[in-house]
Design a binder for this molecule. Structure first.
Ligand SMILES: Cc1cc2nc3c(=O)[nH]c(=O)nc-3n(C[C@H](O)[C@H](O)[C@H](O)COP(=O)(O)OP(=O)(O)OC[C@H]3O[C@@H](n4cnc5c(N)ncnc54)[C@H](O)[C@@H]3O)c2cc1C
Length: 456
């Protein structure tokens, strides 16, 4: 039996909050403090029956439903008027099958709840740069991890999803049960139902060598050119990012970094330290000021990127670009202002490619991501002046590599966008057919919405 009818009569047994209720502000808190969600109501279900009750509640009142765990990608949703926000944070089931290299997590869990447990078992998940990100939202949008060049996207590590559909049925979907829904959810985002749990494969890790090389920001050109020259020779087992990073003068920042700007090469290598060191030798030969590379357990990847742990007000921009000529590196470096107090906290190039460019068999809606590099910028916005400065700086970084753009990655888009840009034409048409089959009245609202297709 793969489906269960969870439709409830009137009087839902799910806690529903309204503006002013205790817990209202905490339940609508998102990661980007520039986003102020004001939904009509908030449901905080504790299990799949309560999820179905919340969906029924919304339907009867003419509200739409949007599911959210951490709000790391809340920007595209806007204010949420006429919408029931379904906060999944109480869905916290976790079971690990160490021998089968398989995990089942409730939709409220973040990577930080799972990665340390897996690490103790010598297992690694395909999580991203921040342990604070929600597993389900990350997974539905694709999921680019430190191990992505070797193991591909997290969405394609998924083995099953438990979903309450717009008409209140609980469906456990996998490659043989409701396969179109299974396909669409893996990369197509949160438009097709409310996911209550996800099962996915994790990777046994024998040796992992990871860390960061910090150079003074003024050495950006030589460091980036050296890194760029290495890329064609690097194996899929190694993922590296190079970033210009401006660390704020705050107590929470380690003293050697506090208030300074650096050019940082960060990397994770699935293999022995000596081999990893050799692959990075041209960079090491440049003489970094700080070198943190070491053999680490899988949990060592959680904080590797030094992402901010707490919500903050920011704006971000990104693009996927093809292989760059050396001149483009010069243009990128010239576009990034890294003087103290400069608008961007980070301007980053992530090495993509490898398994990210090879469709795995049985892949979901996002099988691969185009391009060799992902260019990402983030700036903190505290007032009108910083808002203008950050926007201009992001535009400058984007423009410097715009000629090489090959696409966008949905999870990195934090503003309202036409979701069509994330998919090719036939994938888009197929996603719209799935939306029509499972939610023809568009009750469920994803952050990057897929509209229902017309006809069959
Ligand atoms: C600091 C930071 C670091 C990041 N690093 C990476 C990275 O390294 N790699 C990467 O790939 N991405 C990264 N991201 C992007 C991240 O993957 C997306 O923001 C992702 O959408 C976050 O998922 P969430 O559940 O935390 O956020 P949420 O805002 O809670 O969810 C995002 C969307 O997912 C859908 N959704 C969430 N839960 C459900 C559910 N239960 N059922 C149905 N739909 C649901 C909804 O459409 C929701 O709007 C990062 C983002 C930030 C802010």
């Amino acid at each position: 039996m793969s489906t269960l009818d969870l439709r409830q009569p009137e009087s839902p047994a799910v806690p529903i909050l309204h503006p002013g209720d205790a817990g209202w502000d905490a339940s609508r808190q998102v990661f980007n403090l520039l986003v102020d969600q004001q939904p009509t109501a908030i449901a905080c279900p504790g299990d799949e029956r309560e999820v179905a009750a919340a969906i029924g509640y919304a339907r009867r009142r003419g509200l739409r439903v949007t599911a959210q765990s951490t709000g790391h990608n809340a920007g595209p949703l806007g204010a949420l008027d006429g919408t029931l926000l379904l906060n999944t944070s109480r869905l916290t089931d976790l079971s690990i099958d160490p021998a089968g290299h398989r995990v089942r997590v409730g939709a409220g869990l973040k990577w930080e709840h799972v990665v340390p447990r897996l690490s103790e078992l010598g297992l690694a998940a395909l999580h991203g740069s921040s342990p604070d990100v929600g597993i389900v939202g990350y997974t539905l949008g694709g999921g680019v991890s430190w191990l992505a060049r070797r193991h591909g996207l997290q969405c394609n590590a998924v083995q099953a999803l438990e979903v309450v559909t717009a008409d209140g049925e609980l469906v456990r979907t996998d490659s043989s049960c409701e396969p179109e829904l299974f396909w669409a959810l893996r990369g197509g985002g949160g438009s097709f139902g409310v996911v209550t749990a996800v099962e996915f494969a994790v990777q046994p890790v024998e040796e992992l060598y990871a860390g960061a090389l910090f150079f003074p920001a003024g050495r950006a050109s030589e460091v980036l050119h050296t890194w760029h020259g290495l890329l064609p020779c690097l194996p899929d087992e190694l993922m590296t990012w190079t970033a210009l990073m401006n660390f704020p003068p705050e107590e929470a920042i380690p003293a050697p970094l506090r208030g300074r700007a650096f050019t940082v090469v960060t990397g994770a290598f699935l293999g022995k330290a000596a081999v990893g060191r050799d692959l990075l030798r041209d960079l090491v030969a440049l003489g970094p000021e700080i070198d943190t590379f070491a053999t680490v357990p899988p949990v060592g990847l959680s904080e590797l990127a030094m992402d901010p742990p707490l919500p903050l007000p920011y704006r971000t921009g990104h693009q996927l670009v093809g292989a760059l000529p050396p001149k483009a590196i010069d243009e990128f470096v010239a576009a990034v202002d890294m003087r103290p107090g400069a608008p961007l906290a980070i301007a980053q190039l992530r090495h993509m490619g490898g398994a990210l460019g090879r469709p795995p068999s049985g892949a979901g809606a996002v099988a691969t991501l185009p391009g060799e590099l992902c260019v990402l910028g983030v700036g903190v916005v505290t007032d009108e002046a910083s808002s203008r400065a950050v926007d201009a700086a992001l535009e400058g970084v984007t423009a410097s590599l715009a000629d090489h753009r090959v696409g966008y990655y949905a999870n990195f888009v934090e503003e309202p966008a036409d979701a069509r840009q994330f998919f090719d034409e036939s994938t888009w048409a197929r996603l719209r057919r799935v939306k029509r089959a499972y939610d023809p009245t568009d009750l469920i609202r994803g952050n990057h919405p897929i509209p229902a297709g017309r006809g069959k």
